[in-house]
Write a protein that binds this ligand. Structure first.
Ligand code: ATP
Ligand code: MG
Length: 319
């Protein structure tokens, strides 16, 4: 089990995912972890998989367009908001091609029912496509994922299983059809075609297998759960951790964000603080096997490199 600082300082860790309920501070934490990683000399990419991007706002720089954009002030930090439309088309094409093609069209006619044969298509599928891409890509030492609120992210994380079984179905079908098609073709005097689609499907399946291994290795991947000290967020944290556990995704850290600092002069602040402090006791009890980092509510919103650096220091326990 590793603390946040140990994770950031462990150069073997290639993927850090920041996730949790809406509005708790996922993007800010992803940004701060990215800045920390770049400050340690790692070639770092921070990538938003949330269709409602706010990474650009957080870095105060336009990171849209679907390609990595160099972040000002660094020569080893890039940011990227996935272009949902563009990425979806690419992804559907990559994995959809193998399921289409003349053989499969013929199969569809022969077998009738092809339901369940279209690739799982969604923002998450596309985000997962990006993960697959960066697992192979060695241009970055570290990739930080700013994920969408929990429900969306859970869908993303269950995709390897969904895709794997979908690809399995397609591959079995193609295999069965293969000999039949070859027979048909030679009967009709057609030449044997190379089955590129088959190889593509096989290689996607291999990539997914590799991704599952990487995503479940605590020396490669860490999911940081961001939460606030309120009951709703704690329930969601519990559900999220349960799912991460079920999918073998390493998660050892909770960031408890937006804690109201002591201020005896403000009655409103004091009563909110009291509520949070009571919850913190329960949270520490509930998640006593995890590292919990407390982050105060800043006087202003966290924006730009300065704010993210400040948050980073707190995440590293330097305050
Ligand atoms: N500790 C903090 N102190 C002050 N402001 C904060 C703190 N943490 C986050 N914020 C502010 O709260 C807002 C939401 O934060 P952020 O965008 O990081 O959350 P999120 O979980 O990514 O939200 P979403 O679910 O909308 O993606 C932002 O304006 C951010 O600057
Ligand atoms: Mg966000």
């Amino acid at each position: 089990m590793s603390s946040l600082k140990e994770i950031v300082d462990n150069f073997n860790i290639k993927f850090i995912l920041s996730g949790g309920k809406g509005g708790v501070g996922k993007t800010s934490c992803a940004g701060a972890l990215a800045v920390l990683s770049a400050q340690r000399g790692l070639r770092t990419l921070v990538l938003s998989t949330d269709p409602a991007h706010s990474l650009s706002d957080s870095f105060d720089q336009d990171l849209s367009g679907g390609d990595p954009v160099p972040i000002s002030g660094f020569d080893n930090l890039w940011g990227m908001e996935i272009d949902t439309e563009k990425g979806m088309q690419e992804f559907q094409q990559t994995i959809g091609d193998g399921a289409a093609g003349p053989d499969m069209a013929m199969a569809s006619n022969l077998l009738g029912d092809m339901s369940g044969m279209s690739p799982p298509g969604s923002d998450e599928a596309m985000a997962f496509g990006k993960i697959l891409e960066f697992i192979e890509d060695s241009s970055y030492d570290r990739v930080i994922f700013d994920t969408a609120p929990t429900g969306h992210t859970l869908k993303l994380l269950e995709l390897p299983d969904l895709l794997d079984s979908w690809l399995g179905k397609i591959l079995t079908l193609r295999q069965r059809l293969g000999s039949m098609m070859a027979g048909l073709r030679s009967m009709m005097g057609g030449a044997q075609q190379e089955d590129n689609a088959w190889e593509m499907l096989q290689s996607t399946k291999e990539k997914i297998k590799a991704a599952r291994i990487e995503l479940s290795d605590p020396e490669v991947t860490q999911f940081v759960v961001v939460s606030i000290a309120e009951a709703m967020s704690v329930f969601e944290t519990q559900r999220l951790l349960g799912s991460l556990n079920a999918w073998n995704i390493p998660a050892t850290n909770i960031v408890l964000n937006q804690l109201i600092p002591e201020n005896p002069e403000c009655k409103f602040c004091s009563s909110r603080r009291e509520m949070q402090q009571t919850n913190i006791v329960d949270i520490r009890d509930l998640f006593n096997d995890l590292y919990i980092t407390e982050v105060p509510l800043f006087e202003t919103e966290i924006r730009g490199i300065e704010g993210l650096t400040e948050l980073g220091k707190i995440l590293m326990g330097e305050h």
